[in-house]
Design a protein around this ligand. Structure first.
Ligand SMILES: [Zn+2]
Length: 486
């Protein structure tokens, strides 16, 4: 069988820095034999002096640990991939909290009861709990994921929790953002979250940063924290947080979700890849909608957020195997978990060997994420919902194209529109009249920009506009008498 063995970065010293080795083998034992024949040094990494496999190396065939299969006797199929992933328990994962800081924490009588679950656990015990209590963790984005992380960390006893967010609580967020309650609607999310954390654990200090993270403020804000949790919902923040964490050498716990799937990993530490190593650039605007534009099962942030909080606890205490060099992908709808191996990219723009980004001020994040208008691109025009309502009322000739997904249209209909998914726009452009204005409608106004760019590339020259704020902004203005949408 043709097999590929994928070598983790920390084991590559034994394979002349080769990340992948292709070889022939029918079993895992034969594959390792072929590997060590080719790279005799690799035997030192894989086997101890008695010839037994070292237990800090996990071997996966695809996503299955061979310990759950037939061990070294596991049979291989054509094209199988074997992953050699060193476990990072014990010495390899150092606590981000120094011994001095840990020792400076005292656990009082009443705290012994409060934290007894951790104190009894041999993985954490008193030293681990003290490190948790000494920790300063910034949670960026206090929505669904960030809210779960903040609550778990507060209950765990993390000494200082920073809450960075500029938004307010909305009614549609209540289904997923359980840190906020019905009566918090219209309050700043950071204030609502702070109140909740104080109620949960008065011993925790919650620090509020009620502002959008920008290249101008992020360095100062991050300076006081040991770990940053990125639970933001846009690529501008994600790349900004990533770069700032790499530059300040702070580990970042990263979580992202989409509908029924999510990812968790640890980025930006000394040995871990950063976001740019995995994704050198963000997807074009509109291709990956945000949660508010695409929906999410409300249990998903609970699962992912708890995993992210667990990563924080492991990094604070220097215990367990953090998701460094690994990314967990979770599909809760089909209940499939997959661990993928992630590697540092030596050519990375921020953490590579010759980085081009040496300060966050070097970057225009809006431009990088495609949000700033390209000076060479013809500006994309928009129409206000009020103006569209007026033109409809006057029966002006206008084409409205609804580019939303079928399930979005099922909730909120926009009668009298042409329904064309973005993927079909180029070939169906004949249905549009280049002699009159075409207005594109999506949920929030972002996918409409993509629709216009797609048609321009396909050679359509008629006048095109986006509906400002999308259907969300327009519904009450254009259809004021239709209170019930379902
Ligand atoms: Zn990188």
């Amino acid at each position: 069988m043709n097999i590929t063995v994928i070598i983790a970065a920390s084991l590559r010293t034994f394979t002349n820095r080769t990340p992948e080795v292709r070889l022939q083998a029918d079993t895992v034992r034969e594959a390792l034999q072929a590997l060590t024949d080719e790279y005799p040094e690799a035997a030192r990494g894989l086997y101890d002096e008695n010839g037994d496999l070292r237990d800090f190396v996990s071997i996966y065939v695809g996503d299955r640990d061979i310990r759950s299969l037939k061990g070294l006797r596991t049979e291989l199929q054509e094209g199988d991939e074997i992953y050699l992933i060193p476990a990072i328990a014990g010495g390899a994962c150092e606590s981000v909290i120094s011994t001095e800081r840990m020792k400076a924490v005292t656990i009082e009588e009443k705290e012994i009861r409060r934290y007894s679950n951790h104190l009894q656990l041999k993985e954490l015990s008193i030293k681990g709990q003290k490190r948790i209590m000494a920790g300063h963790v910034l949670v960026a984005g206090i929505g669904a994921l960030g809210g779960v992380v903040a609550e778990r960390l507060a209950a765990a006893g993390v000494g200082t929790i920073g809450l960075a967010d500029a938004e307010t609580v909305t009614p549609e967020s209540l289904q997923t953002q359980t840190i906020h309650s019905t009566r918090d609607v219209d309050r700043p999310r950071v204030s609502s979250a702070k109140d909740r954390l104080k109620k949960l654990n008065p011993q925790v200090t919650a620090v509020v940063h009620q502002e959008k993270l920008t290249a101008d403020n992020i360095e100062d804000i991050l300076a006081d924290y040991d770990i940053v949790v990125d639970a933001s919902d846009n690529f501008v923040s994600r790349y900004l947080i990533n770069d700032a964490c790499v530059l300040q050498e702070k580990p970042e716990v990263f979580g992202a979700m989409y509908q029924t799937e999510g990812y968790v990993t640890v980025l930006g530490g000394k040995d871990s890849p950063c976001l740019r190593c995995l994704y050198p650039s963000p997807p074009p605007v509109g291709i990956v909608p945000t949660c508010s534009a695409s929906g999410v099962v409300n249990t998903l942030p609970g699962i992912l957020g708890a995993m992210m909080a667990t990563e924080v606890i492991k990094l604070l205490t220097g215990n367990g195997e953090p998701l460094i060099g690994r990314m967990l992908t979770v599909d809760i709808w089909n209940l499939r978990y997959h661990m993928v191996h992630t590697a540092k990219d030596s050519g990375c723009a921020v953490c590579g060997t010759s980085p081009s980004i040496r300060a966050v001020q070097d970057m225009d994040y809006e431009d990088f994420c495609g949000l700033r208008e390209d000076p060479n691109e013809e500006p994309i025009g928009s129409i206000d919902p009020e103006e569209l309502a007026r033109r409809l009322e006057n029966n002006e000739a206008i084409t409205i194209v609804d580019v939303r997904e079928p399930h979005e249209r099922a909730i909120h209909k926009f009668p009298g529109t042409l329904i064309i998914p973005i993927g079909q726009l180029a070939r169906r452009q004949k249905e549009l009249d280049p002699g009159i204005d075409t207005v594109f409608v999506c949920k929030e106004g972002k996918r409409s920009i993509l629709a216009i760019r797609t048609l321009r590339e396909a050679g359509y020259t008629g006048p095109m506009l986006t509906l400002k704020g999308g259907f969300d902004a327009a519904a009450q203005i254009i259809f004021p008498n239709e209170g019930a949408w379902l």
